[in-house]
Design a protein around this ligand. Structure first.
Ligand code: HEM
Length: 366
């Protein structure tokens, strides 16, 4: 997955950015990272090449329309879209329904195609390590593992991964780049680490554990900009929560991850970007080893299922980006936040890019 999907898509991104690096045109990196993560999730979940960095297609348009709708619904005060009659007349809902139909059809076709191939080849998973070089997707894995699951269930599970795994990782990349652009010493440290560990080549799975500082930059970015910023739960029964908070069945509970991550009672220098706050020699921070002070992927039984995938994807993408490109924030931009399912910028994140040659002279001290 690292080589065939993460590296391949990140290389394609850098390639697409080359003309901007030559002529100095400002690039909206939020948009580019969104396209990158759509390509990654398409290939890794269904082996579908959106190629959104290069092309426009009805399926890509439909995906963006549906993702936007999911985000709007997560913040709509009145869930009027639950009334099906209204969905037939409100233009936004008509557009969203059409988009969902296009996506469902595309995914159903992919499932049928993949099922046929798996059956034709009589593929069975009988080893612990499943690797299919031609098609490393989760869909292929699930079909070859022969767990009985209906096509509809499969389709909806795969679409959940698309929704949950696309904009989140795109936003992490966006904010990490922003934070690094504002902190030249952290940027130099990250670039030096990338040069030393990778010696000018692409990252492998084994390299990831050595990209310790870069990983801490990403976790620190997840602390300052958690996606989603708020978790919501609905009590099924009357209950008493820790701290003696009584809740009634049916009551909604909002957990502000953003506030926990920004609280001065929880973190020293809470508002500052300090990647080293997470010890480089200890395990990568998660909810258990920080006593639930750091919960970007939530925790417990409904914790994100894609946390390791997302971290790997983000580390690989940033490593390749930092290795090959220099960047600086276009001055006088007002970078403000808009929150929905993720935290994104209000007006984009415009960067000026230039070519960078990795400095491999220091790699002998590895
Ligand atoms: C840095 C990127 C990501 C972040 C910050 C993130 C964060 C989260 C959070 C906080 C939740 C829990 C939501 C809740 O309980 O209300 C969640 C759930 C989920 N995530 Fe992620 N996620 C990321 C990437 C991914 C990726 C790449 C995938 C798939 C490949 C994914 C798949 C899922 C799924 C399927 C759930 C629902 C789990 C369940 O309800 O049991 N996520 N994610």
């Amino acid at each position: 997955m690292v080589d065939r999907v993460f590296c391949k898509c990140a290389e394609r991104l850098v390639e697409k950015l080359q003309p901007f690096a030559f002529d100095g045109t400002a690039v909206n990196m939020e948009e580019k990272f969104s396209q990158l993560t759509l390509d990654v999730i398409g290939l890794s979940v269904f082996n579908y090449n959106f190629d959104s960095l290069t092309t426009d297609s009805p399926v890509i348009d439909a995906v963006y329309t549906a993702l936007k709708e999911a985000e709007l619904r997560s913040t709509d005060i009145l869930p009027y879209w639950k009334i099906s009659a209204l969905c037939k007349i409100v233009p936004r809902q008509i557009k969203a329904e059409k988009a969902v139909t296009v996506i469902r059809k595309a995914v159903e076709e992919l499932i049928v195609k993949c099922k046929e191939i798996v059956e034709k080849e009589g593929e069975r998973i009988n080893e612990e390590e499943y690797v299919n070089d031609a098609d490393p997707s989760i869909l292929r894995f699930l079909l070859a593992s022969r767990e009985e699951v209906s096509s509809l269930q499969l389709r909806d599970d795969l679409l959940s991964m698309l929704v949950a795994g696309h904009e989140t990782t795109g936003s992490v990349l966006t904010w990490t780049l922003y934070l690094l652009s504002k902190d030249p010493s952290a940027l130099v440290k990250a670039q030096q680490e990338v040069d030393r560990v990778l010696e000018g080549r692409n990252p492998t799975y084994e390299d990831i554990k050595d990209l310790k500082f870069l990983t801490r930059c990403i976790t620190e970015s997840l602390r300052l900009y958690p996606h989603p910023p708020v978790l919501i739960r609905r009590a099924q029964v009357d209950d008493v929560l820790p701290g003696d908070y009584k809740v009634k069945a049916g009551q909604d509970i909002m957990i502000s991850v953003y506030n926990i991550h920004h609280s001065s009672q929880v973190w020293e220098r809470a508002e500052e970007f300090v990647p080293e706050r997470f010890d480089l020699e200890s395990s990568v921070p998660n909810e258990s080893n920080t006593d639930y002070r750091f919960i970007p992927f939530s925790g417990g039984p409904r914790k994100c299922v894609g946390d390791q995938f997302a971290l790997l994807e983000a580390i690989v993408a940033l490593a390749i980006f930092l290795q090959r490109l220099n960047f600086e924030l276009v001055p006088d931009q007002n970078i403000s936040m808009t929150t929905g399912a993720t935290i994104h910028t209000t007006n984009g994140l415009y960067m000026k890019l230039s070519q960078r040659m990795p400095d491999i002279s220091s790699s002998t001290s590895k």
